[in-house]
Design a protein around this ligand. Structure first.
Ligand code: BGC
Length: 840
């Protein structure tokens, strides 16, 4: 029986009996994917095809485009910022339903690497800088997925905390740091939530690649008793024997004739005795066990029924809107928020609707998710501008500046399908041509980003394709200079009304990461002067085989930059608009060029001249709220001058409506920071390997642990966030831990001292003055959420696990006898209550 879900799965003996029916060839075939996202079926043992899919921000499914849309949930940082395991379980259930709707058995999520440094490109995809918070949020995510019969894949095991040279880097982590920080979330999730799959990372740790390393067998299997499956990250397995001997069970993607080191080579290795067949059997047992757990094994358990809804249904929207609002961290508020709906504010309903200036590039086109394998195609997204308009305010928009370093994907109202196609709408027509120039297929698409991984089967084309054509019409709204172009890799021709605008070969350095190639591909733009209302025919031709990544995938993105003023002109216009409005909301943020899988950030500054924009708007209207739309910290050098600062992550498809809910006070901003928000770039760990080696010199001291040690002040501390009411933290006392729960319990009493109902995240940190071992000044040891009415006092019990008092000695976990201090409060920098616990 599965310890967490209670589902009865075939026991080891039964699984082995089934494996015994297979030949060596049949067994080895199962160990590499059948294609990019699926495992082989094997009727002989009742195994059906099993489908895996990214990822943390939604369930992509087997195709990766707008034709098969996915509910887009808030980023991992947003989920962690809720500090609310119940909320995360609800998102897990939503994802499980999405998985069922899309025929996905195993989700390639959650990502539980730590925010070692905010430069890391994938910070948005990881929960926190703190292992305990990561573990709790990750366990809730895994538990709810798996309770619904959908497998979770905890990734990337381990030390994949940044992107630079991620496929080859050797990460050096001292053993105590590895145990206490980076392995800790994996351990908790494997042990407590019973994860069914783990993904071995690309990188090495302390000299061995993770797909070959001893950590898999010794720690995962040996110490933690893991009975699930280990799959490689995509193309991470390189050797035949070493990976087979390590506890790697599945090499992805497949088939073995194209990718991965197993298949025939592994058959030969077993044949000549270099790899024991018993190891192969063990891997197949684990594949069958996973299959049984997700309902892919005939005569195995049947997963629970789940009602599935479309990604754009009302229920999905409500859940995502509430989750986004619960994640927003109100970092500063001098009383400006919540905004009144009417002006004057003291005559609700009698005044006129508030005249609100909405400013900033991310207000119009919000980022609802980060880039990389976590990218999904949502059925719609609500921008801040739309959300505030939907709320009935009198809204006027000014972009302020251009923050994108590259042209964005072409979109409505400019992008139209070719006129001659009957049901013209936003989008393009794609034509697939053979070497001989014959039409092998064509399709009408809604968007401007066209991506195919490993062939064109998702477009129904199975013959070899030599050339692609994307055809569309661009219709100018205003007159002026438009930039038109294409992003991708290889040779592209752009034709405007039949005349060649360019014939360019777009390249990246040879050792570039596939994710960078897909998410930040090189781009070529050409200026085109258009009159208002003018339409032009645009064709992009691409030689498929000219891309160095053709084996993995093909990308064509049509780009369009509409006419705009200079940044000076746009900033002046935005400031004038703010001055003439009752209040302003400036939405600043990162772009697709900045936060993504495949590359790290080189600066934490907001891209473009957004800081200048904020300063000018603050000067023009003191009633200005700055909303930050980023997945991870950015520098906010003007923060102390802003009346209100709301950190809102990548908020998922309901982002804009959730923002309106919070800005207008219909919903409490529920988030607390899951990471320290830096005031400057000083003292932050680097992501840059030296000679292929990235040493975690800072050891245990990441995030708030480093700020405490160095006596540096962050801009906003770990755990920080305010709501719309105020709290008094009144007392902390030791309590009896529940029977069977190793650890201690504390009771914390808090009172809502404000005038509206609210929610507080009570945090408990441990510390050990005069410790015999080096330790951080304090570390998160437990937390709980309380809701209370004005004047209400609530007492909440918080369990502090045994592990919170232990340190790794090299031989195992040890508890230093004597007194530990437990401090409670509202953030890592505000801990008014303390108590002591004496341990034997
Ligand atoms: C990423 C994984 C992802 C896999 C499949 C890799 O490049 O690192 O997180 O699950 O691709 O898309």
């Amino acid at each position: 029986m599965d310890a967490v879900t209670g589902v009865v799965i075939p026991d080891e003996a039964e699984l082995r009996r089934r494996v015994g029916r297979l030949s060596l060839e049949q067994k080895i075939r199962l160990l590499t994917g059948a294609d990019f996202w699926a495992l082989y079926d094997e009727p002989e043992v009742g195994l059906r095809r099993l489908v895996l899919s990214d990822g943390p921000a939604g369930v992509r499914g087997e195709s990766w485009d707008e034709r098969d849309s996915s509910a887009n949930v808030p980023s991992a940082t947003a989920l962690a910022a809720t500090w609310d395991t119940g909320r995360v379980e609800a998102i897990g259930l939503l994802l499980a339903r999405e998985a069922r709707r899309k025929g996905v058995d195993v989700l390639l999520a959650p990502t539980v690497n730590l925010h070692r440094t905010p430069y890391a490109g994938r910070c948005f995809e990881c929960f926190s800088e703190d292992p305990l918070l990561t573990a709790r949020i990750g366990a809730a995510y895994v538990r709810s997925l798996q309770r619904s019969g959908v497998g979770a894949t905890v990734k990337h095991f381990v030390g994949n905390d940044s992107e630079t040279q991620r496929m080859t880097v050797d990460v050096r982590i001292d053993e105590r740091t590895l145990r206490e920080l980076y392995l800790a979330p994996f351990e908790a999730i494997v042990r407590d939530a019973g994860a069914w799959a783990v993904m071995a990372a690309y990188n090495g740790v302390n000299g061995s690649p993770m797909t070959e390393g001893l950590l898999l067998r010794d720690i995962l299997h040996g110490e933690w008793g893991y009975d699930g499956l280990v799959m490689s990250d995509w193309t991470a397995a390189h050797t035949t024997e070493a990976t087979a001997q390590a506890a790697l069970d599945l090499a992805m993607p497949g088939p073995a004739s194209l990718y991965g080191p197993w298949g025939k080579a592994l058959l030969d290795a077993v044949g000549k005795g270099a790899v024991d067949e018993a190891l192969i059997d063990d891997k197949v047992v684990r594949i069958l066990r996973l299959a049984a757990r997700v309902g892919a094994l005939a005569d195995g358990p049947v997963p629970p029924e789940l009602a599935v809804e479309a990604a754009d249904s009302v229920a999905v929207a409500q859940e995502l809107r509430a989750a986004a609002a619960a994640s927003f961290v109100l970092a500063r508020n001098d009383g400006l928020l919540p905004l009144p709906r009417y002006e004057p504010a003291d005559r609700p309903g009698l005044g006129r609707p508030l005249h609100l200036a909405v400013i900033g590039p991310n207000a119009e086109v919000a980022r609802t998710m980060g880039g990389g394998s976590a990218t999904v195609f949502p059925p719609y997204t609500i921008s801040p501008l739309e959300g505030l308009r939907n709320a009935g305010l009198h809204v006027t928009y000014a972009p302020g500046v251009t923050s994108h370093l590259r042209g964005g994907a072409a979109r409505a109202p400019w992008l139209l399908r070719p006129d001659r196609v009957a049901d013209a709408g936003t989008g393009a027509e794609i034509r697939f041509l053979s070497e001989a120039g014959e039409l092998a297929g064509s399709e009408l698409r809604d968007g401007a980003t066209f991506m195919w991984l490993s062939g064109f089967a998702t477009s129904g084309v199975t013959e070899p394709v030599a050339r692609l054509e994307a055809r569309c019409v661009i219709r100018a709204t205003a007159g002026g200079e438009y930039q038109l172009g294409v992003s991708g890799l290889g040779r592209y021709r752009l034709l405007v009304d039949g005349a060649e605008a360019f014939d360019a070969t777009l390249t990246l350095p040879e050792d570039s990461d596939i994710s960078e190639a897909l998410m930040r591909p090189p781009q070529q733009l050409a200026p085109v002067q258009l009159a208002a209302g003018q339409s032009i025919d645009v064709v992009v031709e691409h030689d498929v085989n000219s891309s160095p990544f053709v084996r993995l995938g093909t990308l064509v993105q049509l780009n369009l930059v509409p006419p705009h003023g200079t940044d000076d002109e746009e900033i002046a216009a935005a400031a004038a608009l703010a001055a003439a409005s009752d209040a302003a909301v400036v939405v600043v943020g990162t772009t697709a060029d900045v936060e993504s899988e495949g590359f790290d950030r080189t600066t934490l500054a907001l891209p473009g001249r957004q800081d200048e924009l904020v300063r000018q708007v603050l000067a023009a209207n003191p009633r200005t709220v700055v909303v930050v739309n980023s997945g991870a910290p950015v520098l906010l050098p003007w923060a102390q001058d802003a009346a209100a600062v709301l950190l809102s992550w990548f908020g998922g498809q309901e982002y804009g409506d959730a923002l309106a809910d919070v800005l207008l006070g219909d919903v409490e901003p529920g988030g607390r920071l899951p990471m320290t928000w830096p005031a400057s770039e000083e003292g932050l760990p680097s992501t840059q390997p030296v000679d292929g080696v990235l040493t975690y010199h800072e050891g245990l001291f990441i995030g708030y642990r480093a700020y405490d040690r160095d006596g540096r002040e962050p801009l906003f501390p770990f755990g920080h966030g305010i709501g719309y009411t105020t709290w008094a933290h009144e007392s902390v006392t030791m309590d009896q831990a529940p029977a069977g729960a190793p650890g201690v319990a504390v009771c914390v009493q808090v009172r809502n001292t404000g005038s509206r109902r609210g929610r507080e995240t009570v945090q408990v940190y441990a510390s050990r003055p005069d410790s015999a071992v080096e330790r951080p000044a304090k570390w998160l040891a437990g937390f709980a959420i309380v809701d209370a009415d004005p004047g209400e006092t609530v007492t909440v019990g918080i369990l502090v696990p045994e592990r919170a008092f232990q340190h790794w000695t090299g031989d195992g976990w040890s508890t230093e006898p004597g007194s530990f201090v437990l401090s409670a409060g509202s953030s890592s920098a505000s801990l008014p209550l303390t108590t002591r616990v004496d341990l034997p």
